[in-house]
Design a protein. Sequence first.
Lengths: 112, 280
Amino acid sequence: MQKIPLMCATSGMKLARDVFRNDSPVGMPVCGKDTVLTDSLLARLDHLEVKSIYVEGHPLWSEGEKTLDEILCDLDLRFEKVRNDPLTSKLHSIYTAFLKNSMGDSSGRQTL
Amino acid sequence: MDDKRSELKKIIMDIRTLPTLPGVINKLNTLSENAKASVQEMARLVSSDQVLSARILRLANSPSYGFYRVSTISNAIILLGVNVVKSLAISSSIFEIMERSSVGLWEHSLGAGVAANLIARKLALPECEEIATAALLHDIGKVIISLKCTESEQHIKKMIHEKQLYMREAEREVLDTDHAEVGAWLSKSWFLPDKLSEPIAFHHDVQLSQNHRIKTAVVHLADVLIKASGFGESGDRYVPQIQKIAWDVLKLNDEILTELVEELEDKLVEARNFSLEMQA
């Protein structure tokens, strides 16, 4: 999941969270989680002055942002003292799977 | 007792050497002991100190509690409870120092609060707000060490880097005590309730917790999860071992742990934004 400015959103991206007016976490959502964005929907959100949205995956990369491989390498370093502990190594496996799943393949990435 | 350890304990137990506490807190302590005192009376007392009220409301609106729209002290007392508001009031000066001098540690504490709240709610534990507060405060000992032992702090940092130690191992080697014990002294000196002081004292050694082992286990696991996520900086980069006693007492399994990681990462997006707003 990634929070991106509305102006960087494109049709085909999927909402990871409900969208509220003015980033307010309360009140009625103006668009529901799991909705796939379309050009007309983006125009409507813009009209409602929504500034940012949460989308599935990690579609936009800013300059200097770490790749999935670098993030996994950092994860290994953080776990280096506990890799042989059965309970903590479970957590390492869960985190590795989570990061691979949520960040996906970072090749051919689009820069913000 | 080692010289440095006893000297440090003396400094901490002498309240005059600590960041000053507003006079309002003593009055609040007295008022909260009176069974007839109403929420409105307590709220009026705290609200009379505007700086303190602003500090409390800022913490009460942090993602550690997940309420976001706590706009008055009386709301804070109703939603979080007198104990939590009192503890936030007492510790707010330490958080001010943390925000100014160690943003990484502030983020680590905030993240631990978020994680502890999440774990407590997932496991349907009572007193979620108290547990989140204990997690928010679990590393206050580090701020005191940094404030009172500047030279030793440099030595500790060097040892962590050179010998690849956990921070508490380096603290033990240099000071013959660690941030958990220092935090315990501090919570005693502040008269924090056991349900907050035990998790602070034993978050690295859950089995030593006698009266609030479940709360201590939650804070321990929250610390592990937040270090695994890489959110904030707690002084060393190493994830601590999940203690078997914590796993057992919380009746964890792979499925719960997987759900916790997914939900925590979701919440940390908010915590990151909150932290950026605080720094802006």
